[in-house]
Design a protein around this ligand. Structure first.
Ligand code: ZN
Length: 221
């Protein structure tokens, strides 16, 4: 089953240049993508998220509160940071596509939705700052929520794209931290068949390909 899923994902991410492969162009473009995901999927963040550029050696996107808005009696505002230099075309590797950018933006906005949801969500975010184990669980959970919202294909495109730009050691760390296309495709299929499964998986997300495959086997019996 996993092999078939891997084949279908590989076919999808290798589509020829066209609309789905159009690149992320600039900050205004990223802002339109952020606004679109919020309007379609997370309206509770409407009017609370700005977008700015940042530069970093390893990170491509980030999401965080605007620190001044953490003052008492101020409604918290957030920012999605986009590393435009890292998402641009380099020799031998295409720029990040709109589809991939939308997938990872959905992931970042799920983080912000958690932060905006109250102490429980904020506790997950803070816990992940101090514990690698909690970070891994929280990032998988965040991916899972983005998949459940319908951004799995975009997220798979982003992870496939990034896997071609990272050194082996950095890629290993990313693979421990996030889902990659095979796992995303399996989870998309499971959630489509059994949407109620999201509640169980949100509490305890599978955090490796082996765990995803074990879940698929358990639910296929
Ligand atoms: Zn994340």
């Amino acid at each position: 089953m996993t092999g078939r899923l891997l084949g279908s994902v590989a076919l999808w991410v290798c589509l020829p240049a066209g609309l789905s492969a159009a690149p992320l162009r600039d900050l205004a473009h990223a802002k339109r993508l952020v606004d679109g995901v919020i309007a379609r999927s997370m309206p509770e963040l409407s009017g609370r998220v700005s977008v700015r550029a940042f530069s970093h050696r390893a990170d491509h996107f980030r999401a965080q509160p605007r620190w001044w808005s953490l003052l008492p009696f101020v409604k918290t505002r957030y920012v999605v940071c986009v590393n435009l230099r890292a998402t641009a075309e380099v020799s031998g590797c295409r720029a990040l596509s709109v589809k991939g950018a939308e997938g990872v933006i959905a992931h970042e906005l799920v983080h912000l939705r958690d932060m905006a949801s109250g102490w429980r969500g904020m506790g997950r975010v803070i816990g992940a700052l101090f514990s690698r184990k909690k970070e891994i669980v929280n990032e998988h959970r965040t991916d899972l929520q983005a998949v459940a919202l319908g951004y799995g294909k975009g997220l798979a495109v982003f992870r496939h794209w990034i896997s071609r730009r990272l050194a082996p050691k950095a890629l290993d760390i990313k693979r421990q931290t996030y889902y990659f296309p095979t796992e995303i495709a399996a989870l998309e299929r499971l959630l489509k068949q059994q949407p109620a499964l999201l509640v169980e998986l949100d509490r305890s997300p599978p955090i490796s390909l082996a765990e995803v495959e074990a879940l698929v086997r358990r639910l296929s019996r």
